[in-house]
Ligand binder design. Sequence first.
Ligand code: ASP
Length: 335
Amino acid sequence: MYNRRKFIKVSAAGASLAALSRSAVAETLAQTADAKFPIVISTWDFGIVANKEAWKTLEKGGRALDAVEAGVKIPEADMKNHTVGRAGYPDRDGHVTLDACIMDDFGNCGSVAAIEHIAHPVSVARLVMEKTPHVMLVGEGATQFAVEQGFKKEKLLTPESEKAWKEWLKTAKYSPVINIENKQGIPGNQYNHDTIGMLAIDAKGNLSGACTTSGMAFKMHGRVGDSPIIGAGLYVDNEVGGATSTGVGEEVIRNVGSFLVVELMRQGYSPEDACKEAVKRIIKKKPETAKQIQVGFLAINKKGEYGAYAIQSGFSFAVCNAEQQDLLIKGKSIY
Ligand code: ASP
């Protein structure tokens, strides 16, 4: 966190620069913050390796947008990760359908939902943002667009995922397990979910974010969670900060979670308090449901301060900056 002297310096700089352009202000803030930037944060333990990849771009002075895309592609490609990308568990009909979105410092955003056969949905989301007049493409249309853009159509269902799905079909009982990352490796546990949500501030002080997941394992075919929904799974406002979410997406969508966190930060909440308030909102609306599920929010503000909060214990997030590349922090929780 900032010490008082640095904070005063930043506030004063902000006030006197009100008339300057957005990027000039951002750059000045970055300089006055004394190497607080660049910084990248992301959800869960797998955020550590993802952050390290994002850091390669950030430390060279690269753009946060490029950093978050490169970063989240690591878990997307990880064959041992069954909750993000190509090795993600399929839906109840055996289809691996992926959700992802990306948002930059200008408020540009792109998203794909329920895309099949494409290993890096976040990169397709970026091209939706950059090359189409739209924000979101879904299902077959998203796959068609990806192929037109030169992505390879692949079979994503791995033998391991197929085995887990066939095991699940024996009972076909759908019940997402809380905090799957603590339970990986336990035989018979196939009901998992988790998302990588990543937020970065580059050396110029500009923010971007990305979010990607295979969603809830064995979900209904066509189900879309919060992760590709701008405002739910991810939101970035370069004047205020960014937020991302993980956990049972339906509850996040109902509360437009990430947008809510950013708006609370705009009102003066710290990142952690904003995440806590959003979690409390979810619990208040459905207290009985909330006891059974996990939802976690992660946020960063324009000053580079970050925080997280979850319904259940066990939520972790990774932080990477010039001082430390592999910091893992336990998020606080209500229960
Ligand atoms: N939020 C994701 C979804 O609902 C899953 C997760 O992050 O656990 O699809």
